[in-house]
Write a protein of this length. Structure first.
Length: 528
């Protein structure tokens, strides 16, 4: 947004609470509490610095589909106040910002040599098997700021500037200044318009702490994430038919891509199914019986990382602290050492030295045995929320209490989708899939700190939302929120591409507003 605005002649002040690099002091302000924080603490999943949590982003992208924007009342989803068609121009601009190459999400046109259907000629209308994820290099926004905004005359950047208060004028209802603290100093920023772009939870926290936009008790509610699971057993009839669903490949314009599987839009709409994005995933690395040296190396490395804390020791990563059979894992590594040497060379080239980071490793199964990994949509629930704590951070701002869960209803919905997928795959003759049991789905740990959506959601009425279609807080004429927290529904795709698209759309709105204001002032001056 800062780049779009400054390039179009709008004066911008960019306030960054952190510094150019991560620091323990900045991270401390992100700490929260709540029953699920032991699994994935809020301060471990986010980063407060110039560029924010983009420094931890893996780069995977996919645009929300048509159904993601629609109202689905049976699932408690009101829908977006704009259509996907309206968002498409902004998606294309966002894709350029994120260096995604062509706006092409179809495997056979994007990846040289790929067939149209993953299932070859045995495709089934109920299963969409033609799509791909695309990966950003990934773009780190701190680098973008330093490279493209540092020398802009009309864009001033303040780091270590924590906004602690937004001051509202009692008569006009407008925000008139932002009070900031930097160390022991305090200063204020006056502006015509204010945009909160601090991530979902922090944006909600700022509104709650200043009692802004919460006339109908909507701020902080409907907290959604993308639950993840690596589940079931998939056995391919032909082990060589996994193709791009198992591996990463470069598109014709050099972008890393991988096959995406989904139930068709028609099936999801007719059967009220939440969206699941699926990939074929390697067998569980924690069990040494796979005899794969790379999987054993991965399991042992992850077990070691749990000792050091950090993001890789939280959420679904935390289970690796329970890795057993260490002797067997080491035996796998020793026996497959030549294979690991070859892998190390490819990893160095594509992961470490390349300007485009290979997203992760993959493993082919000679026996054709895999799991399905899903990224799931979560339905909005007003009781899944963030609130203010009685405890305050070092700047005197109340901390967050997270009250989030993935409901039994959502878990059963995922299981219904997986069973439907099992039937569909079996009907093609391509593979056999055995989904998890209901008990496994209900007991599965699902983290609650990444992809923070819904907490300041937009809508068509202030009684059921926080923001209008322009991302403006309903009750405040000049306060906007650019964040995934604005999403009324979660979809299954990671939020970054859609967040950038929304921010670009908001920038256009503010540029147009600025030009109308300038024209009005000029006209008034002309007429005395």
């Amino acid at each position: 947004m800062a780049r779009e605005l400054s390039e179009n002649g709008v004066d911008v002040i960019l306030l960054e609470a952190g510094g150019p690099e991560a620091s323990a002091a900045a991270q401390d302000t992100l700490k929260g509490s709540g029953p699920h924080q032991a699994l994935e603490p809020l301060d471990k999943a986010r980063e407060k610095r110039l560029g924010g949590t983009s420094h931890r982003w893996g780069g995977r992208t996919f645009p929300f589909d048509e159904l993601d924007f629609e109202a689905r009342l049976a699932l408690g989803i009101d829908g977006w106040p704009m259509s996907r068609e309206e968002m498409l121009p902004y998606y294309r601009r966002a894709a350029a910002v994120l260096e995604l190459g062509a706006f092409d999400w179809t495997a056979h046109t994007a990846v040289p040599g790929e067939p149209e259907h993953l299932l070859r000629n045995r495709s089934h209308a109920d299963l969409e098997d033609r799509l791909i994820w695309r990966w950003s290099p990934p773009v780190k926004f701190g680098e973008v700021v330093r490279r493209e905004l540092a020398d802009q005359e009309n864009c001033r950047i303040f780091s270590h500037a924590t906004v602690t208060k937004l001051v509202k004028d009692a008569d006009s209802g407008r925000i008139i200044e932002a009070v900031c603290k930097s160390g022991k100093s305090e200063f204020s920023v006056v502006a015509d318009d204010f945009v909160l772009a601090a991530g979902g939870v922090e944006t909600a926290r700022m509104l709650l702490a200043n009692d802004l936009g919460n006339e109908h008790d909507q701020v902080g509610r409907n907290y959604m994430i993308h639950p993840i699971g690596e589940v079931g057993t998939l056995r391919l009839r032909d082990p060589k038919s996994a193709g791009l669903a198992v591996r990463y490949a470069r598109t014709s314009d050099g972008v890393w891509a991988r096959r995406l599987l989904q139930l068709s839009t028609e099936v999801r709409r007719e059967e009220d199914l939440l969206n699941l994005g699926l990939a074929i995933w390697y067998v569980d690395p924690m069990e040494p019986g796979h005899r794969d040296p790379l999987l054993s190396s991965f399991a042992l490395a992850r077990k070691a990382l749990t000792k050091f804390g950090g993001f890789k020791a939280t959420g679904m990563h935390r289970r690796f602290e329970r890795v057993g059979g260490v002797d067997q894992h080491l035996a796998n590594v020793f026996k497959g050492f030549p294979q690991l040497i070859g892998f190390a060379g490819r990893w160095l080239k594509d992961r470490i030295l390349s300007t485009r980071t290979l997203p992760s490793f993959w493993v082919y199964s000679h026996r054709g045995e895999y799991r399905l990994r899903f990224d799931a949509e979560q339905s909005p629930d007003p009781q899944s929320r963030v609130m203010l704590s009685d405890e305050r951070d070092g700047f005197g701002v109340p901390r967050i209490v997270s009250q989030h869960s993935v409901s039994v209803g959502d878990r059963q919905n995922y299981l219904k989708s997986l069973r439907r997928i099992a039937e569909t795959i079996e009907a093609t003759g391509w593979a056999e899939y055995v989904p998890p049991s209901e008990a496994q789905m209900l007991e599965m740990q699902m983290s609650d700190a990444t992809h923070q959506m819904g907490v300041v959601r937009m809508g068509t009425a202030p009684e059921s939302s926080v923001l209008d279609a322009d991302l403006r807080v309903w009750s405040i004429p000049n306060l906007y929120c650019a964040t995934a927290g604005a999403f009324p529904s979660a979809g299954m795709a990671g939020p970054t591409l859609t967040v950038v698209a929304l921010a670009t759309r908001l920038a256009d709105h503010l540029i147009a507003t600025e030009r109308r204001s300038t024209a009005r002032i000029a006209k008034e001056a002309e007429h005395g």
